[in-house]
Each structure stands twice: as C-alpha cells, then as structure tokens.
Design a protein around this ligand. Structure first.
Ligand SMILES: [Zn+2]
Length: 530
C-alpha cells in the first residue's frame, strides 16, 4: 500500500470558487427577496438546498477541505442530477438515462469510464489514478415498479403504473458520483496517490448488478468500499443484512374446457396454489430470522380454460446464507410436492403432456460482512460533517407524510445515532452490497432523506426522495464519503487494520459466486419493458 504523499501545495486557481459563489449569492439574494412573498415555506426549503453551507475549517492545502469544497462547487449539478434521475425512474437493467447521466459527469471530469461491464449495458466502472490504495464508491440508480409518485403528501402517481424511487437510489448514485469527483479533486490538488473508482451498479432492487460484477472480479483489488444508502436516520452501523435467493417457479398443466371437460385438464394454477399453501404452512416452523415472500405473476388467461401455465416469483431469506439455503431446499421440495398433487397419477409421464415445474434462479445475495475499522472511520467523518441541515419547511413536509402514513409526526432526523458495535440486530432486508463485503473491506453509511419511521419502498419514501429535504441528504452523503476517501488514501495504518479484520472474517466464508460464469443478469419476464 502506498502511504501518504507530501502535499504538493497546489492551490485552487483564484477564479474558480469565488465566481460561482458570487453567482449563487445573487441567485440566493433574488430568491430571498421574491419567493417568500408568494410561497414562504417552499422558498425556505429551496434556499436551504441552493445556498452553500460553510466549508469546514481548513487551509487550502488541506485535502479534507478541498474535498468538501469540491462537493460544494458541484452542489447545483449534483442536486440537478438527483432530481433528474428521480424523474427518469428507470427499472432494473433499463436505467439507460440515469447511467448515462452519472457516467457522463465522471467522464467530463477526467475519469476513464468503461461502460457495459459484466453483461449489463447500464453498468460502468469509472476510474481515476493508479495503484493502491483503491477506494470504491458504489452508485445505484434503479427504481421500483409501481411506485410512481409526485412530491406530495397524498398518494398521487406522476405516471400511473410507472416506476418510482421509493428506495432513494436517485440520491444514492448521485452522492457517490459527487464523492468520487470530490476525492479526485483532492487527489489532484494535494498529490494524493491511489485510485478512486465509482462503480455504476444497476439493478440493486433485483439483487443483480454487484453480484455479477463481483463474479467478474471487478472488486478484487479494492482496499475500501465506501457505500451508503438513503434512510430515515443518520448513522453508521454494523447491522446485518439477510442472505437471499431470488427465483421464479413455473408450473405447467394441460389446458381443457373448464366446464365441458375439466377432467381432461391439469391445472398449473392448482399446483401454484398447492405450492403457496405448503409455503405458508412452512412459515410456522421457520427460524424467526427467516423470510419467504412471493408475487404471482401468471395464473392463467381465462376462467373457462384450465390454466396450462402458472408462475410466481419467490424470495427466500435467512440470517445467513446457510439458513437461507436450508429454507430454499425445503421450498424446492414443496415445488416437487405441489407438482405431484396437480398431476397425480400422470406425474412424470411425458406421453400425457407432463412437464416438470421449472425453477429459474436469478441471483443470490450473501449476508453482510461489515468492517468495523472502516465503520469507525466513516462514523468520525459523519460526525465531522454533521447531519443534513434540514429547515422547518423540510420537517413540515416530513410531518405531512408521516401523518398521511399513520406514523408519529416527528419530522426529519436531525441527529446522528451514536456508533454502537454491539447494537442488537434489527429486522431488515438484503442488499447486493453484501456480496462485495466478502471480497473487500466494506461499510454502509445511512443518511436521512425520508421522514423518521416512514418505510422505504412506499409512496411516501418516493415523494421524500424527490423533495427538497431529500435532495439535501445527497450532499451530506457525498461529503462524508469524500472525507472518508481522503482518510483511506492518507492513513496506511487504517487501511492495514481494515485488511486484517477483513481477512479474519472472510477466512470463515470464502467467496463462491452464487451465479455461474455463463449466467446472464436479467429480470423476470413480466418486468421486461416496463
Ligand atoms: Zn435501496
């Protein structure tokens, strides 16, 4: 690993910052005069987003201060990108505009960008610098089906049936790009050695992008992977995530007239119903940390035809991969049992048109392996930057969303949760960041952009992710991640501690890709083209 290089004492060109600041000051001044007369609350919220906040103390040759200044200097373009990606709201593996926007921002500032990696046209790796330490930032930008929503405190889709950013990935990708650009600026200005990479990781909501990028070895030389996620709190934690398998089950039957000759038919829908009954009986006997959920995506075409095909999409989850795999194997046995129930004595007889149920695996996510040494480093930077500076208008909108959602109207979280490595595990989901955490030291920062207690993947979190307060969170995340990147590049002893901890943890769970070398990332058929 390279150590800290002496600062080259390169200073910012004198014309750079003041011009932009003066321009912004003029805009802010006009806004301050005009907007409050018509829309006082909205004006305050908008002004908080646009007005530069004070840069933390530091001399111009301080790399930390440079990184923070670099985020501030890009405030307008980052907020604009966060807003545009929220409007694009593109589904997994179809994030064409979102990916192009973020990759373009990086390329315009001197990153070399490799697009279409790991068989995904919307995946990219943007890189600047060379050698170790290698800092990785992750950019997610996919939206969720059916969650289209305006920035409003009542349920009101922007485009009925379309996707929406209910998980805040419009902020996730943008803030990480902001951090990458800021770290690059600090590296150039202060001669810091190493590499900064921004990984464009599509289809997180389908658990796809990073799984395939890890399979292809794209994270093998990373010293520190600095991830973050929008949230309702500001914290760095060692909270686990669940292991998960995503798979589709297709049952086949034999079509016949449902009234005239039902005895000639074999209902694929019967098999599906028998399967879900079996799964729901299994629930009583599962460990409390396990989960199964499914959606039925195909159940026949018309009541007067015995359905010849029925299909559902299933997740099995467990506290770790082993628990999940045990559950998965049991669920596969239920698939076989349900198929037998539907076909009866004709089961297995090709001459009668029998076709066995088909299981299509999409992906596997491992349980998360957080790196405590890296967590402490990021937490220190979260404390240095502070929580997002929400103003009353942001809290007021948050309270409206909370009331509409039926949770206590507490507003936005304006505190930082103390770092607690012994906090008891809380219920939670899964993430493909977890797969990265088994190949390099990884940590996840959370910054509040949803109102406290409003759940992710809801219309309310979609509204919040496009709001003025929500967009503010991306600037906080960018600053914390940029500062943390400076630490990684300049503190070889911290990097060594992360590596030691990582090697001890990962020795017990050597990485085996849950997807094979020939597997191709894809989303289920019913989502294609949405
Ligand atoms: Zn997410």
């Amino acid at each position: 690993m390279n150590g800290r290089k002496p600062s080259l004492l390169v200073r910012l060109p004198a014309h750079r910052m003041p011009c932009r600041r003066a321009l912004r000051a003029t805009t802010a001044g006009l806004l301050a005069l005009l907007l409050p007369l018509a829309f006082p609350a909205q004006a305050a919220a908008a002004a908080a987003l646009r007005a530069p906040t004070a840069v933390a103390p530091g001399t111009p040759d301080d790399a930390m201060a440079s990184a923070l200044q670099a985020v501030e200097a890009r405030r307008d373009s980052l907020v604009d990108a966060g807003r545009r990606i929220w409007e694009y709201a593109e589904l997994a593996l179809a994030e064409t505009q979102s990916s192009a926007l973020l990759a373009g921002l990086l390329e315009a500032e001197g990153f070399s960008v490799q697009r279409g990696v790991s068989g995904m046209p919307t995946a990219f790796v943007a890189s600047f610098g060379s050698g170790h330490p290698v800092v990785a930032y992750l950019a997610e930008y996919d939206a969720l089906p059916g969650l289209s929503q305006t920035v409003s405190s009542t349920i009101e889709p922007r485009i009925p049936g379309a996707c929406g950013h209910g998980c805040g990935h419009n902020l996730f990708g943008t803030a990480s790009v902001g951090a990458g650009l800021a770290l690059k600026a600090a590296m150039v200005e202060h001669g810091l050695a190493g590499t900064v990479r921004v990984y464009g990781t599509p289809a997180e909501e389908q658990g796809l992008g990073k799984v395939y990028m890890v399979r292809d070895g794209l994270f093998d030389d990373v010293d520190a992977c600095l991830s973050w996620h929008p949230s309702d709190v500001n914290q760095v934690s060692l909270q686990p995530s669940k292991a998960l398998r995503s798979f589709e089950v297709t049952f086949f039957g034999r079509a016949a007239h449902a009234a005239g000759a039902p005895w000639e038919g074999v209902s694929a829908l019967d098999a599906l119903e028998a399967f879900t009954t079996g799964v729901n009986l299994l629930r009583e006997h599962m460990p409390e940390t396990a989960r199964i959920h499914y959606v039925i995506t195909e159940g026949g075409d018309a009541p007067n035809i015995v359905p010849s095909r029925a299909r559902l999409w299933v997740y099995t989850r467990g506290k770790d991969w082993q628990e999940q795999e045990q559950l998965y194997q049991h669920v596969l046995a239920i698939v076989a049992g349900a198929d037998l129930m539907a076909w009866g004595e004709e089961h297995g007889q090709a001459a009668s048109g029998f076709r066995p149920a088909q299981v299509t695996d999409y992906t596997g996510l491992y349980h998360y392996n957080p790196n405590e040494a890296l967590a402490r480093l990021v937490h220190r930077n979260l404390e240095a930057v502070g929580p997002p500076q929400f103003v009353e208008a942001h809290h007021a909108f948050a309270r409206e969303l909370q009331q509409a959602f039926g949770v206590e109207p507490k507003g936005m979280d304006a505190q930082i949760t103390p770092f607690d490595p012994h906090a008891p595990p809380e219920p939670g989901g899964s993430t493909d960041v977890a797969n990265i955490s088994w190949v390099c030291p990884t940590i996840d920062l959370e910054v509040a952009n949803w109102p406290v207690d409003v759940p992710a993947h809801s219309w309310a979190s979609t509204a919040a992710s496009g709001s003025e307060g929500g967009l503010l969170a991306l600037l906080t995340a960018a600053k914390v991640l940029a500062r943390s990147g400076v630490d990684v590049l300049t503190q070889p002893e911290a990097v060594a501690a992360m590596r030691t901890e990582f090697e001890a943890a990962s020795a017990a769970f050597p990485y085996v890709s849950p997807v094979g070398p020939e597997d191709v990332p894809r989303v289920p058929e019913h989502l294609q083209g949405r």
